[in-house]
Design a protein around this ligand. Structure first.
Ligand SMILES: *Cc1c(COP(=O)(O)O)cnc(C)c1O
Ligand code: SF4
Length: 345
């Protein structure tokens, strides 16, 4: 049994086996550190899949190559706190707080900075922008973590969005069911279900995050009729194997959570040590496709630098030879498939 203790970022001490985590002060001065009691209880050593995701490491400061905002979200931001990359959907950054600051976060430049919910004035400007753009029908609340907002603030945001007639779907991206499951109460679920169609995408990265507490939290949301998806980030040393990924994705189905995306790491400064090759990602997809329920297999996506958008990648299993296709099955067998030649009308 390990002795583990933490306090929050204002009181920079993480103790592990009675010794302070190396370079804690140095790293946390640049990138804030925060844990919940619950998530900390899942750490069995700094190198276990949970410890690696949330404990600071000197390698965060050694990343000289990658940049703070490779997806150029700032330049796709017509008003502060809103990202408008695709014509019909926007991301609204309603808070920069999270229960736990993940070391691999794609918004590392932003989270924990000032620790503030979106100001009322900024929210009004963002809502005005959405109102002025009738093509927008899908609003994604992100951050930071939207469920870190107090219920009143969350209600104000959701009321504001629902007052815009051309918005159909509201999505919430949140890691709260994974890192702070006690926030998911019946009261919160009752609040959220007033705004249907409302989807939640949560963010499990490892089967060890599937616990009675996170299972209960997902159950409360699913019982409120909220369709649950999951976005996993492919992380070196955490979940970069077929076995781990199969356990994670099939485990999620048992929580009534549909795996949506598996994300290739973005090239965000301070996170380079978590990056795997795309070949690894493709091998993992090939190792799942056909071997486990199709419902459990997410799309593997790269969010292209420069704000070019998300692109799904598939293992290269088709060879074209005129109209004859040679297709590799999930067991590795090659099967030939005769295509048609389409004629123009
Ligand atoms: C990921 C993302 C979306 C949503 O994309 P989907 O493929 O519809 O889930 C929208 N806007 C931005 C800026 C995004 O990064
Ligand atoms: S919960 Fe999400 S937004 Fe917050 S630090 Fe983790 S990855 Fe980043």
């Amino acid at each position: 049994m390990y002795y583990f203790k933490y306090t929050d970022s204002t009181n920079s001490k993480i103790k592990y086996n009675n010794s302070t985590i190396d370079n804690y002060d140095l790293v946390s001065a640049r990138y804030p550190v925060k844990l919940t009691d619950y998530y900390a209880s899942l750490i069995t050593s700094p190198d276990n899949p949970i410890g690696r995701q949330c404990l600071p490491h000197i390698r965060e400061l050694e990343d000289e190559v990658q940049c703070p905002d490779p997806l150029t979200e700032s330049s796709l931001s017509p008003v502060p706190g809103l990202i408008h990359r695709y014509p019909d959907r926007v991301v609204l950054l309603v808070s920069n707080r999270c229960p736990v600051y993940c070391r691999f976060c794609m918004r590392k430049r932003h989270v924990g900075n000032g620790d503030a919910p979106m100001a009322r004035e900024a929210l009004n400007r963002a809502l005005q922008y959405i109102n002025d753009h009738p093509a927008i029908n899908d609003v994604i609340l992100s951050g930071g973590d939207p469920l870190m907002l107090a219920d009143e603030s969350l209600t104000a945001v959701l009321d504001g969005i629902r007052a815009i007639p051309h918005v159909s779907v509201i999505r919430i991206g949140t890691r709260v069911p994974v890192t702070f499951p006690e926030r998911i109460t019946g009261e919160l679920a009752n609040l959220l279900k007033r705004y249907h169609p409302l989807y939640i995408n949560t963010h499990f990265n490892h089967p060890d995050e599937i616990t009675p507490a996170s299972r209960f939290a997902c159950g409360v949301l699913a019982d409120a009729g909220i369709p649950l998806g999951n976005q996993t980030v492919l992380l070196k040393g955490v979940n970069d194997s077929v076995e781990t990924m199969k356990r994670l994705m099939t485990g999620l189905l048992s929580l009534r959570v549909k795996p949506y995306y598996l994300h290739q790491m973005d090239l965000v400064k301070g996170t380079a040590h978590f990056r795997t090759s795309v070949t690894t990602g493709l091998k993992i997809i090939a190792g799942m496709r056909g071997h486990i329920s199709g419902l459990a297999v997410p799309q593997y996506v790269i969010d292209l630098p420069g704000g070019k958008g998300k692109v799904a990648l598939l293992p290269d299993d088709v060879e074209f030879n005129d109209t004859t296709l040679s297709i590799r099955t999930y067991t590795g067998e090659r099967v030939s498939y005769e295509d048609i030649r389409e004629t123009r009308e």
